[in-house]
Design a protein around this ligand. Structure first.
Ligand SMILES: O=C(O)CCC(=O)C(=O)O
Ligand SMILES: [Fe+2]
Length: 234
């Protein structure tokens, strides 16, 4: 899996991340891998915490945080994609004139997280049913955060559910927000900015704040797997 990931045209994906703050890679997971992950939703041994989204007013639906050790497929995806996108994260830090630099390996990011008491895995699997949705948010879990994250689509739009678009908003300084509405197919991965992206202005780069969420699912069931790279305090 790690070798297959390394073979993808990452230079193009990195450019898209720079230009738009998100990129969709189709057919990243097979049908079988998606179905297997989805079936694991009901395997209680895999999870450390279940969140009913209504309770926190996060939306409507349910998600579960995985425990360490992660299933081998997810562990290797998380490591391999991190290594490909860490140059984007570092270039963003440079552009916004931050001193933060991210290490080349995910294990090194996790050492940094651990030094800030962030040791719990943030990988989560989400399930939305009819009328489910996810309010616009940012996945920050402590002082240490990696500025990009990914989400895998485990179900197929129109066939498995309707509605349920992935929404990313860009809050342009001194203007109203712009929305990007995405409908990635089953097996696709979407990589996107966790809190902001740099945009070139007349006087260097400025930060455009980004949030993401999921619009209302009208029918059916929508499953996704969110992979955040930093670990959490709680
Ligand atoms: O269900 C989705 O597509 C989005 C889930 C989410 O907020 C995330 O993975 O961070
Ligand atoms: Fe999220």
């Amino acid at each position: 899996m790690q070798n297959e990931i390394a073979q993808l045209p990452w230079q193009i994906y990195r450019e898209t991340l720079h230009n738009k703050g998100f990129v969709i890679i189709d057919n990243f997971l097979s049908e079988e891998q998606c179905d297997a992950l989805r079936q694991q939703y009901d395997n209680p041994g895999l999870y450390r915490k279940t969140i009913t989204m209504e309770r926190y007013r996060f939306g409507k639906g349910e998600y579960k945080y995985m425990k360490y050790p992660l299933p081998p497929l997810i562990q290797s995806l998380r490591e391999a994609v991190y290594e490909q996108i860490v140059p984007v994260a570092n270039q963003w830090m440079e552009q916004v004139k931050s001193d933060t630099r991210y290490p080349p390996k995910l294990s090194e990011l996790h050492e940094l997280c651990a030094a800030h008491q962030q040791v719990l895995p943030t990988v989560l699997i989400l399930k939305y049913q009819q009328d489910g949705f996810n309010t616009l948010h940012q996945d920050l879990y402590g002082d240490i955060f990696f500025p990009l994250q990914m989400v895998f689509m485990l179900t197929e739009p129109e066939a498995d559910y309707s509605g349920g678009e992935f929404v990313i908003t860009e809050q342009i300084p001194r203007a109203q927000s712009k929305a990007n509405v995405l409908k990635p197919r089953k097996g696709s991965v979407l990589i996107f900015a966790t809190n902001y992206r740099p945009v070139k202005g007349t006087q260097g780069y400025y930060r455009v704040n980004m949030k993401h969420g999921v619009s209302t699912v009208h029918n059916g069931q929508r499953f996704s797997l969110g992979v955040i790279f930093h670990d959490a305090l709680t």
